[in-house]
Design a protein around this ligand. Structure first.
Ligand code: ZN
Length: 173
C-alpha cells in the first residue's frame, strides 16, 4: 500500500514528513537579471513571467513537474518554469481562470534543477489542469542517453533517492 513519505534526516536528525517539493520563484532567465534589468525588461507574478529584450519577448509560465516515488502516494514535485511560444502564452493567459480540458503546449524547461547534472534545455509538454491547479509538465524522452531527470519521471525514484535529494535541498552545502 502506498505510504506517506517521511524520513529521519541524516543532516539534522529531524523527521521530515510529506513528499518533497521544491519551487523556483522565477525562470533562470529572469532570476539572472540585475535589479535594473528586472525593472526595465521583466514582469513576473506567481505564475507568469515575461522578459523583453529589444524587439523580442520571452514568455514563461510556472508548472508542476512530478516524479513518482516508488511505494509512496504523493510524488516528488518540482515547481518549474517553462518558456512558451507567444501564441501558447496568450492562450494560457486567456484561459487562465477557466482552463479548457485537454489544452496543452510545448515548452522548454527554464530552471537548472538542483542535485541533477546540468542539462541542455529539456523539451516538454505542458498539460493544463482544472480546479485551479498549475499545469503538469511531461518531459520528452528520447533514447538511452536521456537526462536522469527524464528517466526519473518515466520510471519513478526509490524512497532512498527521494530522501537524498530532499536532504540536499533542505540543507544545501
Ligand atoms: Zn534535515
Amino acid at each position: 500500500m502506498a505510504a506517506i513519505f517521511a524520513f529521519k534526516c541524516s543532516c539534522c536528525g529531524k523527521v521530515h514528513e510529506g513528499s518533497p517539493s521544491y519551487a523556483f520563484k522565477a525562470p533562470d532567465h529572469y532570476a539572472s537579471l540585475s535589479e535594473e534589468q528586472k525593472a526595465a525588461m521583466g514582469r513576473i507574478n506567481t505564475d507568469l513571467c515575461t522578459v523583453t529584450r529589444g524587439e523580442g519577448t520571452d514568455y514563461f509560465i510556472r508548472t508542476v513537474l512530478e516524479i513518482p516515488i516508488h511505494g509512496v502516494a504523493e510524488p516528488f514535485t518540482w515547481g518549474v518554469w517553462v518558456s512558451l511560444s507567444e501564441k501558447s502564452f496568450k492562450r494560457y493567459v486567456e484561459t487562465y481562470d477557466e482552463p479548457v480540458e485537454g489544452d496543452g503546449f510545448f515548452g522548454w524547461v527554464c530552471n537548472a534543477i538542483p542535485w541533477y547534472p546540468p542539462a541542455e534545455p529539456l523539451a516538454t509538454d505542458v498539460a493544463v489542469q482544472l480546479g485551479g491547479k498549475r499545469p503538469l509538465l511531461f518531459l520528452h524522452h528520447g533514447g538511452s542517453d536521456d537526462h536522469p531527470l527524464i528517466v526519473d519521471q518515466r520510471r519513478g525514484i526509490s524512497v532512498a533517492k527521494a530522501q537524498e535529494i530532499a536532504e540536499f535541498l533542505q540543507h544545501p552545502a
